[in-house]
Design a protein around this ligand. Structure first.
Ligand code: NI
Length: 200
């Protein structure tokens, strides 16, 4: 068969394949581990500049959400560090993906975590990390909506205290839909691999 006919035969097939792959983008991943779960949802909190921030303000962005407290001696800083390492790893290879992701830290210690203190905490990891806190009522409502539990823990030397809390890292989609938890306990590379899997 002459070369030009072979070429002509394949062009429409390639075009059809491209059209198909372009189609599966906007719809939420229905095979996601947390697809359909009632996790997330409305909140009204305060960012490090003291401005009100709502869940819907992140519409159109993938969101990594972690609840913790800035005085946490170990788990929270480790988890947040791994989240941001994963985010930066991904950003090196695929900045177009990280441009679509917002990492968010939400305090479960509103008594001590003022907007300013949360801002200092997040800035120590990355300027891309958004830190939120609020009144005890605002934080409670947000935590409830995200199925996060927290309670005041034991006293620490010097008059401080610990906060017991769920240490779950969530990934949400552009419509605020829950997609998956991110394996921060397995390190930054595992988190990055999971991001690559879901962020389109
Ligand atoms: Ni912690």
């Amino acid at each position: 068969m002459p070369q030009k006919f072979r070429f002509a035969r394949w062009v429409p097939i390639a075009a059809a394949a491209l059209a198909l792959s372009g189609c599966d983008n906007p719809s939420p991943a229905t095979d996601a581990p947390l697809a359909g779960a009632s996790i997330g949802g409305p909140f009204e909190l305060v960012n490090s500049a003291g401005e009100t921030v709502r869940w819907d303000d992140f519409k159109g962005k993938y969101r990594i959400v972690y609840f913790g407290f800035t005085y946490c001696p170990d788990i929270c800083p480790t988890d947040v560090q791994r989240i941001m390492q994963a985010y930066n790893m991904l950003g090196k290879d695929a900045p177009e993906l990280t441009a679509r992701i917002v990492p968010i830290f939400i305090s479960v210690d509103p008594e001590r975590d003022t907007p300013e203190i949360v801002g200092e905490f997040t800035a120590a990891f990355s300027d891309e990390l958004i830190g939120l806190t609020g009144t005890p009522e605002q934080v409670k409502q947000a935590a409830d909506n995200f199925r996060v539990f927290y309670s005041r823990g034991e006293e620490t030397p010097g008059g401080g205290y610990l906060v017991n809390h769920s240490a779950i890292t969530y990934l949400f989609g552009p419509e605020g839909e829950p997609i998956a938890t991110l394996p921060t306990d397995q390190g930054a590379e595992a988190v990055a691999a999971e991001l690559v899997k879901w962020v389109k």
